[in-house]
Write a protein that binds this ligand. Structure first.
Ligand SMILES: Nc1ncnc2c1ncn2[C@@H]1O[C@H](COP(=O)(O)OP(=O)(O)OP(=O)(O)O)[C@@H](O)[C@H]1O
Ligand code: SF4
Ligand SMILES: [Mg+2]
Length: 317
């Protein structure tokens, strides 16, 4: 999966004639290779979910290119089935993402019916195997249960099974553990690791918490205000963070936003940027402790400053 200069804007109407543009993703280029996990890290509102949704074509990009298995799928509207079999997304909230009136069996059978009509010889066996793979075992015990009968962690396993059942090559996991209790988190992350090892799936792991990315991913892309500001091998970024924002993220532990339990903000001073009117120059400059002369005028570009380690900051030019 290759994203090139991807831009996703939301257009909001303000009154009769005015419209506002939310630049949620504003020029992101990233590659996701077989068997690798790339973490997308950043605070609330920086565009992580929008990036994930755009890459699996749940949201249309405004500009840029998405190439998957060599095919340009940016504007592929008609035969999305081919792509849906290969690219899946798992959402943050295990309570809202499952239909409460469907049994686990029905939930897992639905993607098979929609995407593989008649092509799977024994759907029940496939469902049982997938339940085993996500450690909902013995599967017979779960088949005819309903979501409300399961714990948060178990529901998230059902979500993972629903994505896996089509044997995808690329999975977006959007904060898959942020809403489940701490005791199940490590197990679910371990499960993703196993999936990646066994199936060689490429995974985009979205998180506001750089500490989970540390144990889990091969690469880290730090996003700020719709852009990637730092990218590199996980240990390289964690041990040797170069962008002042990444330094702040590593030093701070994210706190739940008291007004919205789904949102998190890191403990970095100053207001996060407004995606409708991002500041000129470096988007981080109003909060940056290291800002200097050109920072409020010229926008820094992502550059390779050490081998495989990319940063967008005037300090490294
Ligand atoms: N459907 C939409 N219409 C308009 N604006 C949107 C829409 N979805 C997201 N946005 C805005 O786009 C920006 C990026 O949102 P996004 O959900 O991608 O961020 P995020 O990094 O996933 O945040 P969080 O960590 O809170 O999940 C935000 O300013 C958000 O308010
Ligand atoms: S470009 Fe300037 S303001 Fe932006 S992160 Fe680097 S030093 Fe800070
Ligand atoms: Mg999000």
């Amino acid at each position: 999966m290759e994203l090139s200069n991807l831009k996703t804007y939301y257009f909001l109407r303000k009154g009769l004639f005015k419209r506002l543009v939310v630049r949620a993703v504003d020029g992101v280029s990233l590659v996701f290779r077989e068997g690798e996990i790339v973490s997308i890290v950043g605070e609330s509102g920086c565009g992580k979910t929008t990036l994930g949704k755009t890459s699996v074509k749940l949201v249309e990009p405004y500009d840029g290119k998405i190439v998957f298995e060599g095919k340009d799928i940016t504007r592929m509207d008609g035969d999305l089935k081919w792509f849906r079999r290969r690219a899946q997304i798992i959402f943050q909230d295990p309570f809202q993402s499952l239909n409460p009136y469907h049994s686990i069996f029905d939930i897992l059978k639905e993607p098979l019916d929609n995407l593989f009509r008649g092509e799977v010889d024994d759907p029940t066996e496939k469902i049982m195997k997938t339940l085993e793979e996500v450690r909902l075992a013995p599967p017979e015990e779960f088949l005819y249960k309903y979501p409300h009968m399961l714990s948060g962690g178990q529901r998230q396993r059902v979500n993972i099974a629903r994505a896996l059942i089509v044997d995808p090559k690329f999975i977006v996991a959007d904060e898959p553990v942020s809403m489940i209790d701490a005791s199940s988190r490590a197990e679910i992350l371990t499960l993703f690791r196993e999936i990646q090892n066994r199936r060689r799936t490429a995974i985009m792991y979205i998180t506001h918490d750089i500490s989970t990315a540390k144990y889990f991913s091969d690469y880290i892309a730090v996003m700020y205000a719709g852009k990637v500001v730092e990218y590199g091998r996980t240990m390289e970024v964690i041990k040797n963070p170069l962008h002042p924002y990444t330094v702040g993220l590593i030093a701070s532990v994210p706190e739940p936003d008291p007004e919205n339990r789904k949102r998190f903000r890191p403990v970095i001073g100053g207001e996060p940027p407004n995606p409708i009117n991002p500041p000129p120059g470096c988007r981080f400059h109003p909060r940056c402790p290291k800002r200097f002369e050109p920072c409020d005028k010229i926008e820094p570009q992502l550059k390779e400053v050490e081998k495989g380690h990319f940063v967008a900051c005037h300090l490294y030019e």
